[in-house]
Design a protein around this ligand. Structure first.
Ligand SMILES: O=C(O)CCC(=O)C(=O)O
Length: 278
């Protein structure tokens, strides 16, 4: 090929903005400074990536905020007030926590609760036991009043009341037997719990992640995709207090897990203000 034809082919393939470097030796550095190696001609396209601002707003799903250190956390503020968490890791020392777990596991009269959801009746995937002067209804099923507190539970209630200066008259005990036991998204906002209920949640045994998500504003039409999230790993012995507007502005759950989990007991102390029915 004479020089003219060779040039024409090159220009046809790489018209305009192409840099052509002929093979000239073992290692060639072009102005990128990168070595090219032996044996071929090298064509370095001179295309530039031009960033164009997207015309639509790109929404990012926020990463969950992990709360795992002792302290008080104001997780949001709204017209309903401040939503606040207080975390006390090692509220119960590990050795003490172990024998408490064993005693509660053996001696609490755990029951299977049957609920009614939008798709019909289902068995709650955990065992529960209710203590309190009045019945407690959630998920369209009622747990009868049970004023006969186990002495260990009374002792734990007293300890929590001393540290928090709150008082409680009821307790929902939950037993998660394995990784597939769970509780789905909900708020503890039954009318009998009053406005801005204070919930003291004490955990024993296996660590499970307590997940929270903020209720979306009306314009999201019930879509939780972009809402703020908080994850609190609840180890044995950890006390978590939820207060202020937490139950009106947030939901929480303990999801199923997909690896072996030993049993976990969770005690949620509450105060019931029974609504008198006329
Ligand atoms: O197990 C937990 O940590 C939470 C339990 C709970 O949300 C509930 O029983 O309402």
């Amino acid at each position: 090929m004479d020089d003219k034809r060779r040039r024409a082919r090159v220009q046809g393939a790489w018209a305009g903005k192409a840099k052509v470097t002929a093979h000239i030796g073992p290692t060639v550095f072009v102005n990128t400074g990168k070595p090219l190696g032996w044996g071929h001609d090298h064509v370095i396209p001179d295309k530039q990536f031009v960033y164009k601002e997207p015309t639509e707003v790109v929404r990012k799903i926020p990463d969950p905020r992990v709360i795992d250190k002792p302290g008080t956390y104001e997780i949001s503020t709204s017209a309903s007030g401040v939503s606040r968490l207080r975390l006390f890791p090692s509220f119960i020392e590990p050795k003490e926590g172990e024998w408490m777990f064993e005693q509660l596991y053996r001696e609490i009269p755990w029951r299977q609760k049957s609920n009614v959801g939008p798709d019909g009746p289902y068995q709650e995937p955990r065992l529960t036991c209710w203590y309190g002067e009045v019945p407690y209804t959630y998920s369209s099923s009622t747990m009868q009043a049970n004023p006969h507190w186990h002495p260990l539970l009374t002792m734990l209630k007293d300890r929590i009341e001393e540290v928090t200066a709150y008082s409680f008259n009821s307790l929902l005990c939950n037993l998660y037997r394995h990784d597939k036991d769970s509780i789905d998204w909900h708020s503890d906002n039954e009318p009998d719990l009053g406005k801005n209920p204070i919930i003291a949640s004490l955990s024993f045994g296996e660590t499970r992640v307590f997940q929270m998500r903020k209720k979306p504003p009306p314009e999201e039409q019930g879509d939780y995709t972009y809402v703020e999230r908080v994850h609190v790993p609840l180890d044995g012995g950890t006390l978590l207090i939820m207060e202020g507007a937490t139950q009106s502005d947030w939901q929480h759950r303990v999801p199923k897990e997909y690896h072996d989990r030993r049993p976990r007991i969770n005690l949620t102390f509450r105060t019931m203000f029974p609504v008198t029915k006329t």
